[in-house]
Design a protein around this ligand. Structure first.
Ligand SMILES: Cc1ncc(COP(=O)(O)O)c(C=O)c1O
Length: 371
């Protein structure tokens, strides 16, 4: 999608739903904390029946996210709940599932500990080599690009072609980019999963997730999964994410621009053993990233010489919040080896926040000088 079209989408997002307002109505969605709705007679005559089936506050957020995704969007209470919904709604006993070996670890844990015992066959592949052996025989292929935390990328359009040829369903975890940075459905994927906990909400105060798809049957199945498994979002949390989403475009643009500036400057630092940022022309992911992403994201992976140097950098930099997430307004970082990711002890995932870039760079570079 061109920058002009993305701008148009961001503008429309701020006015979505206005056409439904009657005089005196609140311009922002209401929080509707209802478990039960007034329901005399035939249930299907009422727009709302029971709080596990639907909720007006979820719907406001689903419509806003759906506008950005240009697809039907089903809300879940976390990114993992969205991924679980996708897996359990699409995979049966004896079917093969392909997931990244170097993506978010909880996706592997979920597949291994809960899908595999039900008879699904789970296989893993590195993101950078995801297309190498094709997808023949797979029911579901889930790719994460750029991968968290290594920031490798996979060619989504090529993956979609291979999946189509193999009769597999292709889903893309778009958490690191959001629909403003990368559009997997337009590139041919069947479904997008996203942890709205990250940049979409952006304020580190609630978890949320969604699946978006243009396949009506899949959307209906996901809605049934939500209804019968009871994996539902709280109305207040949905309202918070709706509010966060309204400023996504401006936050994401600033964070991506700062990340690009900082990655560029880090590339000159003698303190780094390794650096990954898909927007650096020297990065192995740059070619594909430039083709399929409209910006290069808010995450930088950097490796310092060892655990001690990495911990000191994270803990002494006054503008780094040590925490295990990304996409929020505060710059934050963590050493991923502490969770068992297959990375060097000194590997840091740095999530660039909203601090003015020169102030942030000064804090980062002065701290780097001391480690
Ligand atoms: C790429 C990716 N997908 C999914 C998730 C899961 O999101 P949540 O923590 O909201 O369940 C995360 C969380 O870090 C993630 O990084």
């Amino acid at each position: 999608m061109t920058d002009a079209k993305l701008d148009e989408l961001a503008a429309r997002l701020l006015h979505h739903g206005a056409e439904k307002l009657s005089p005196g109505a609140s311009v922002v969605p209401s929080i509707v904390p209802a478990a039960v709705f007034h329901l005399p007679g035939i249930p299907s005559n009422a727009p709302y029946q029971y709080g596990r089936f639907h909720n007006p506050t979820w719907e406001a957020l689903e419509e806003a996210l759906g506008l950005l995704e240009d697809a039907e969007t089903i809300l879940f209470p976390s990114g993992m709940a969205a991924i679980a919904a996708l897996m359990f709604a699409t995979v049966a006993n004896g079917e093969r599932v392909l997931i990244p070996s170097d993506g978010y670890y909880a996706t592997r844990a979920l597949a291994d500990q809960f899908l595999k015992p039900l008879g699904a066959l789970i296989e893993e592949r590195a993101t950078a080599k995801f297309l190498d052996d094709g997808f023949a025989g797979f029911k579901l292929v889930l790719v994460e690009t750029p991968s968290n935390p290594g920031l490798d990328v996979c060619d989504i359009a090529a993956a979609a072609r291979a999946a189509k040829q193999a009769g597999a369903l292709l889903a893309v975890d778009n958490t690191t980019m959001t629909p403003l940075g990368q559009r997997p459905l337009t590139l041919g994927a069947d479904a997008v999963v996203c942890a709205d906990t990250k940049a979409i909400n952006g304020h580190s105060d609630t978890l949320m997730g969604h699946v978006a798809t243009r396949d009506g049957a899949l959307a209906a199945r996901l809605r049934d999964w939500r209804k019968f498994s009871g994996t539902i979002a709280g109305p207040f949390e949905a309202w918070l994410v709706h509010r966060g989403l309204e400023t996504l475009e401006v936050r994401f643009a600033r964070m991506c621009s700062s990340a690009a500036t900082i990655a560029d400057r880090l590339a000159a630092s003698k303190k780094l053993v390794a650096l990954r940022y898909p927007g650096l022309a020297s990065d192995p992911a740059f070619g594909i990233a430039k083709r399929q992403m409209s910006t290069f994201g808010t995450l930088i992976s950097l490796t310092l010489r060892d655990q001690i140097a990495a911990e000191r950098f994270i803990e002494t930099c006054p503008l780094i919040q040590p925490s295990t997430s990304f996409g929020g307004v505060r710059t934050c970082a963590e050493r991923r080896a502490r969770w068992g990711d297959a990375v060097a002890e000194g590997f840091i995932r740095l999530s660039i926040g909203l601090e003015p870039v020169e102030v942030l760079w000064r804090a980062l570079s002065e701290t780097l000088d001391t480690v």
